[in-house]
Design a protein. Structure first.
Lengths: 357, 83
């Protein structure tokens, strides 16, 4: 199956398929925010007024993807989100408290459900086909992608719009900060992999968000980004040895070995405990592999792997790492096969394998 | 009525519409401002939140929410009853 088109709204300038030759955008602080387009170009102003930021982001990314794919109505729409529409949920819950569980505004309630974005895309396209939303924490995007792959494999569909959306809002940022997820003190996204000064500490990462959509197709076309060879997930591995076994087993199933991989994209996020896993793999299974990271571009969030998937698709298409990555690729050869290995809080581990068409 | 128009614009998040753009007798639904059934629910909440008026009879809705003037008259009538 093939990745025919993409649409990505992220904390980098990724929307509208600009050349990825600009340096990454630097942020001061532990929170990255998406660059948002002028939504009026993509969404009827009458609909925009009811949409919160994450819905606009998701819908616009999906519309961009559909436009690039030149698909009017896909055979299926599958979305993944861990947090759902948090701004609407927060608004709805705050009003419940403020008005003593009475006088609740219907719009925030209606739009607070996790399937809002997939449903909104379906409504806008008047698409009555399969429409599903996965809320599986750090596996939300992976579950959506797996569903899309199965639909194609079982010939239930020939084109599937798969996407992931998650936002960070003031309330969630404050709560997750209190739980110790994010770095405290001055920090820049471009510095998170470097040795961290004691004042900032090695614990925590940077908060991120994004909306990324992909058109998966069963048949190849002349403009595909990449071929999607495989996906694998595993939950709470016992240790690095088990992760190594999972990676080796995944590659074996694809009838390749690690030397066939031209580039490994890892989910390092600046948190010492989390990054230790990637560092250990860098000394064992990825010892001879060219490795790059991506979370300095989009921040950490449960569906951040969708950004890595987008990055891998673009790298497979161009054959090289873009300047946007801000990291050089030690291998000088053309990149034909990309492996993404990501974990979210050492619980949700995932592998994607993409290759050039 | 200008306060009510401002409240409607804020409650419904009517972008690119200023309160003064809404005519006193302009229909709020369909051919006028183009509001829909979800907006009707929002207007019911507005009446309760801002004016403590509970629209108990759903059949009154189309008449009450026809224009800003009919809404204002309904509010005034209820406030007079309650005072």
């Amino acid at each position: 199956m093939y990745i025919r088109a993409t649409g990505n709204i992220s904390p980098q300038k990724t929307f509208g398929h600009p050349p990825m030759e600009e340096a990454p955008v630097a942020y001061a602080g532990n929170r990255l925010a998406c660059f948002e387009p002028d939504y009026k170009e993509f969404i009827d102003p009458k609909l925009i007024r009811r949409m919160s930021r994450i819905i606009r982001m998701g819908v616009a990314a999906a519309m961009e993807c559909l436009k690039e794919a030149d698909v009017k109505v896909p055979d299926a729409i599958v979305t993944g989100t861990a947090y759902g529409c948090m701004e609407d949920t927060s608004s709805f819950l705050s009003k419940m408290v403020e008005f003593n569980e009475e006088l609740l505004t219907p719009t925030a309630f209606i739009q607070s459900t996790h399937n809002t974005i997939g449903a909104q895309i379906g409504l806008m396209l008047q698409c009555n086909n399969y429409n599903n939303a996965y809320v599986h924490r750090g596996f939300s995007f992976e579950s959506a992608l797996l569903d899309g792959m199965l639909l194609l494999k079982e010939k239930e569909a020939t084109t599937v719009l798969v996407g992931a959306v998650d936002e960070i809002i003031n309330n969630s940022h404050a709560i997750l900060s209190r739980m110790g997820l994010y770095k405290q003190g001055p920090v820049s996204n471009l510095e998170i992999y470097k040795t961290i000064p004691i004042a900032i500490g090695t614990k925590g990462t940077i908060a991120g968000e994004g909306a990324a959509f992909f058109m998966l197709a069963s048949e190849a076309s002349a403009t595909d980004y990449a071929k999607l060879d495989g996906l694998h997930t595993f939950y709470k591995p016992a240790g690095v040895k088990e992760i190594e076994r999972q990676i080796s087993s995944f590659l074996e199933k694809q009838a390749i070995n690690i030397n066939d991989i031209d580039l490994v994209i890892t989910g390092k996020n600046g948190d010492a405990a989390s990054d230790k896993i990637y560092d250990q793999l860098g000394q064992t299974v990825f010892n001879n592999s060219s490795m790059v990271n991506y979370k300095h571009l989009c921040g950490e969030f449960p569906t951040a792997s969708s950004f890595a998937f987008w990055l891998a698709a673009n790298i497979a298409k161009s054959g090289k790492t873009p300047a946007l990555l801000g990291q050089s690729n030690s291998a000088n050869k053309t990149i034909k096969r990309v492996l993404v290995y990501n974990h979210y809080m050492n619980m949700h581990h995932s592998l994607f394998l993409l290759s050039a068409c | 009525m200008s306060d009510l128009k401002s409240q409607i614009v804020a409650q419904l998040n009517l972008q690119d519409i200023k309160p003064e753009d809404i005519g006193d007798d302009q229909p709020l639904f369909v051919e006028g401002l183009g509001l829909d059934s979800i907006d009707a629910l929002e207007l019911i909440v507005l009446l309760q939140q801002q004016y403590k008026i509970k629209l108990s009879n759903a059949d009154e809705g189309p008449k009450v929410f026809r224009t800003v003037r009919t809404m204002a008259e309904y509010i005034t009538a209820h406030q007079a009853q309650n005072s």
